[in-house]
Design a protein around this ligand. Structure first.
Ligand code: GDP
Ligand code: IMO
Ligand code: MG
Length: 432
């Protein structure tokens, strides 16, 4: 068995789906291990653009089994809609090709209502969540009263567990937030209708992983969110409600560290983030517009899940060095290098200063990030279009220098740089 883990090194949307898609060519299983439908991965395949929220990108590869492991929180309604939309796009989605751990927890309409009520109650301190119910679902999981998706195999258990869950949440919605109550009977009826459609996909994950080990199959773990959205190591409270870093893959899959072959950190060639919170290298004005795009292209910086314009800024090497440490990165995949073409100069953050004093790395008190002023090294840009380049030697010298600077500063080799959203638009520096 070998396990390769793909993780985001910034604030999400680095291009993890796209990089996982490329690496999936040599994997037996592609597994989602964290997050829920807060994730949005846009990938261009031979059948066109595919937008994934819960289904692993393995679904776009005929030889791959896709697996949603127990650390993912699954909204069954969203999952069923997504499965249908992939079928309409020409992908086969069936219980042979997609497996769901029966121990994954469910997101319910009550979690979504609570997410909205809590964001509203935070007022000016709102996190800017995706409003997909992710936080409240993880709270229930941690407080040991969450609903596992395995109960959908039993209509009786579904009805009983969901009814008491909804009664409890209705009380919280009404008493704590003054929010309207949810209609218990209609939600129970919906979940009962999901039962026969989800049950065939459920697996006992202990059996599933035991077979993977016995058959020496390879797993490619598709990360969601990013280093700085990790509950423990990110810019708390402006983070998601779970761990998103490489160790989370091991916990979610039920494997030990000796199975890890490599960890690949995906870094956008600049930085983006959606939602609130500190962002030291953030840009505004014309430069921000230049990096973000106007929304006319599918790769422009607008959220896949919420449609929000992403905040953008220069590449931050302090964040990448931090991500390298926490994830134990072996390689970097540098995405969207093409977007930097045409810039005369490209500043890159190499250190932070607080009150004029250089500090050591990313502060462990996350809100100190608000006070961090980036120290920039300005690299020369390149003017030529690189979207057709496939070999490092064909890159303009300054684009190669940009990649080498990232390697030099992070001490992590760049495996590949991507120069466009299509599958073949890659420049490999190290064989994948
Ligand atoms: P993820 O959440 O980490 O999988 O990333 P997203 O899919 O949310 O955002 C990445 C966006 O960048 C998607 O729209 C991709 O199609 C696009 N993309 C990925 N790699 C490249 C690239 O090399 N160049 C360009 N122009 N777009 C890219
Ligand atoms: P992918 O996998 C970017 C952000 C939200 C918000 C914070 C908490 O596409 O990279 P949540 O709904 O999780 O409680 O929101 O986390 N967030 C993401 N930002 N990409 C994602 O996923 C994200 N998933 C959550 O915007 O700031
Ligand atoms: Mg995304």
């Amino acid at each position: 068995m070998s396990l390769r883990i793909v993780v985001g090194t910034q604030w999400g949307d680095e291009g993890k789906g796209r990089v996982t898609d490329i690496l999936a060519a040599s994997a037996d299983i592609v597994a989602r291990f964290c997050g829920g439908d807060n994730a949005g991965h846009t990938v261009v395949t031979d059948k066109g653009i595919i937008k994934l929220h819960l289904v692993p990108v393995g679904i776009a590869h005929e030889h791959v089994t896709s697996y949603i492991s127990r650390g993912v929180v699954v909204n069954p309604s969203v999952l069923l809609d997504e499965m249908e939309s992939h079928r309409e796009s020409g992908y086969e989605v069936n219980p042979t090709r997609l497996k769901i751990s029966s121990r994954a927890h469910m997101v319910t309409p009550a979690h979504i209502a609570l997410d909205a009520a809590q964001e509203q109650a935070r007022g000016s301190k709102a996190i800017g969540t995706t409003l997909r119910g992710i936080g409240p679902a993880f709270v229930d999981r941690t407080s040991r009263k969450g609903l596992t998706i395995g109960i959908l195999a039993s209509p009786r258990k579904t009805e009983e567990a969901l009814e008491s869950h909804l009664i409890e949440k209705n009380e919280e919605l009404r008493l704590k937030y003054g929010a309207p109550e949810l209609d218990v009977a209609s939600i129970v009826a919906d979940y009962l209708s999901f039962s026969p459609r989800i049950a065939p996909f459920l697996v006992d994950d202990s059996d599933f992983i035991a077979d993977v080990l016995a058959q020496k199959r390879t797993i490619l773990a598709e990360g969601t969110q990013g280093m700085m959205l990790d509950l423990d190591h990110g810019s708390c409270p402006f983070v998601t409600s779970a761990n998103t870093t490489a160790p989370a893959a091991l916990v979610s899959l039920g494997l030990g560290p000796k199975e890890v072959e490599s960890v690949i950190g995906v870094a956008k060639s600049f930085t983006s983030r959606v939602g609130e919170g500190p962002f030291p290298t953030e840009l505004s004005g014309a430069l921000a517009l230049r990096l973000r795009g106007t929304g006319r292209n599918q790769w422009d910086e607008f959220g896949v899940t919420t449609g929000r314009a992403r905040r953008v800024g220069w590449l931050d090497l302090e964040i990448l060095r931090y991500a390298a440490r926490v994830n134990g990165l072996d390689y970097l995949a540098l995405t969207k290098l093409d977007i930097l073409s045409g810039l005369e100069e490209i500043p890159v953050c190499v250190a932070y200063e607080i009150n004029g004093e250089q500090i050591r790395g990313v502060p462990s008190e996350p809100l100190l990030l608000y006070q961090c002023k980036p120290v920039y090294k300005v690299l020369p840009g390149w003017s030529t279009d690189i979207t057709g380049v496939r070999k490092p030697s064909d890159l303009p010298q300054n684009a190669r220098r940009y990649v080498e600077f990232v390697e030099d500063q992070t001490k992590i080799p760049v495996m590949l740089a991507t120069v466009g959203p299509h599958r073949e638009q890659n420049v490999w520096f190290i064989n994948g």
